[in-house]
Write a protein that binds this ligand. Structure first.
Ligand code: SF4
Ligand code: SF4
Length: 457
């Protein structure tokens, strides 16, 4: 390869713009074992979370249809979405902070794309079609000799994609509702089935064909690495100071070069198809497969391990320990501030949210010589799971439901009432009088609602 040619195109595209299929060797070693434990735990969580409930409410659900989000068993209405917006911004900043300090650790260890591809789809491929080396040979044979294995693999791939699509749908509909829909005749839910098939097909294409292209080409987080990583970022790095000049290993010749024996194992094991020895690259997902591969070689040839390991460029060049730079410290402080604000917003969030507004087109009514009445629309969102009777009170005046509807708040509903507010004429001195209505829900803290009361000019 020409020295700088790797900069001209991504590693999986050849000079004629054709895709080069990656036959990455099966990883093995300390990091792969650790990553497997983390990955299967996270995959189990992705599948289990829709089933988890806290006090009868989903642990996490994005109920788009009813415009509600459940988080930690708490229901968030659109009125609360500013709190979630804070959480979203905090999460983005958190990811940036994490990336500035630890590089693309998220991609290699947590991202569902990596989890499903490396720990479900690829192991199935190894199981059905054999090792990557064997697959490379088989793919050169006519399809008539390999179609049974290929068909079996792709059927299994599609079934798993269908399962994943169901899991993601359960994050929107909830498991109970999804189960109910599954039991009903397909003909009653044609649109839903179509959507489910489209998503299943997308997952299938992503995991069966696109694979590493998602990380190198489509993923916006991957594309942003260049502005987040710097020389102090910890990432999977090749120690070029120790490794160069590369020299093939030979027991019979005295070694004059660096510790890299140019065995290419780190390249052959890379699921992205890059050579980490070219330095930090946008495509690297930090999967650690090359660390394990190189360590294994180093042990075999009797050299110290960690020629490839987690470290920053500055650590390699200065041979000093890891330290946080100013940018990482500033981002961390910002993150702490955002998390604190989120905590305060969450703690002070009202579980009963009242809105009292004048009925449109109405001014005031003189009920008799002494009483002036205003008509209001009262909306109370009860985010709790219990039915709550409540009372309304206003100093010096009288307040009651226009149609004598019982003052009860039904759970997880927007409860609506029409309210008369009557005030003695001598209390209404201006065109607009500002008043306070007290809402007292049984078993909950009373709240005061500000209202404008209209009187005669
Ligand atoms: S260079 Fe190493 S860490 Fe990066 S994607 Fe390839 S194998 Fe994984
Ligand atoms: S695995 Fe290690 S020794 Fe082999 S080429 Fe890669 S860096 Fe060099």
């Amino acid at each position: 390869m020409e020295p700088e040619s790797f900069r001209d195109r991504i590693s999986t595209v050849d000079k004629d713009d054709n895709r080069k299929w990656v036959y990455a060797l099966k990883p093995s070693g300390y990091f792969y074992k650790l990553r497997s434990v983390v990955a299967y735990f996270l995959i189990a969580m992705i599948f289990l979370i829709p089933f988890i409930e806290i006090k009868g409410k989903p642990f996490f659900q994005v109920n788009v249809l009813d415009a509600r989000i459940y988080l930690f068993g708490k229901v968030f209405w659109p009125q609360d979405f500013y709190i979630l917006a804070f959480l979203f911004v905090s999460s983005i900043i958190g990811l940036v902070v994490f990336t500035v300090i630890y590089g693309r650790l998220f991609c290699g260890w947590v991202c569902p794309q990596t989890l499903f591809l490396e720990f479900i789809y690829r192991p199935i491929e190894w199981l059905i079609e054999g090792s990557p080396q064997k697959q490379k040979i088989q793919d050169k044979l006519p399809l008539s000799k390999t179609w049974t294995k290929k068909l079996a693999k792709h059927i299994l791939y599609f079934l798993i994609s269908l399962l994943i699509a169901h899991v993601f749908l359960s994050y929107i509909l909830g498991v109970k509702q999804l189960m109910k829909l599954i039991k009903e005749p397909i003909t009653e839910h044609k649109l839903l089935i179509l959507g489910l098939l489209v998503f299943s097909f997308m997952f299938y294409i992503v995991f069966a064909y696109l694979r590493e292209l998602v990380c190198t080409t489509f993923c916006p987080y991957g594309r942003l690495q260049s502005v987040m990583l710097d020389k102090d970022t910890m990432q999977v790095s090749y120690d070029h100071v120790r490794g160069e000049e590369r020299q093939r290993f030979s027991k019979n010749h005295e070694r004059t070069g660096g510790d890299c024996i140019d065995c290419h194992k780190c390249v052959e094991v890379c699921p992205i198809g890059i050579d980490i020895r070219h330095g930090a690259q946008l495509e690297c997902t930090g999967c650690t497969a090359c660390i394990d591969a190189c360590d294994e070689i180093m042990v075999k040839v009797g050299f110290p391990t960690k020629l490839i390991s987690y470290r920053s460029t500055n650590q390699i060049e200065t041979r000093q320990g890891f330290s946080l730079n100013t940018r990482a410290k500033a981002y961390t402080m910002l993150l702490v501030v955002l998390i604190t604000i989120f905590g305060i917003l969450l703690a002070t969030r009202k579980s009963i949210d009242p809105y009292l507004n004048k009925v449109r087109g109405q001014t005031y009514i003189k009920k008799n010589d002494k009483i002036i009445g205003n008509l209001y629309h009262l909306q109370i969102i009860n985010k709790n799971t219990d039915t709550i009777p409540f009372k309304l009170h206003i100093d010096h005046g009288n307040i009651y439901e226009a149609s004598a509807k019982p003052l009860i708040l039904y759970p997880e509903k927007s409860n609506e009432f029409t309210i008369w507010l009557d005030m003695p004429e001598n209390e209404v001195q201006h065109r607009i009088t500002k008043l306070l209505v007290t809402l007292s829900p049984e078993g909950y803290d009373a709240q005061q609602i500000k209202v404008k009361f209209l009187g005669p000019f």
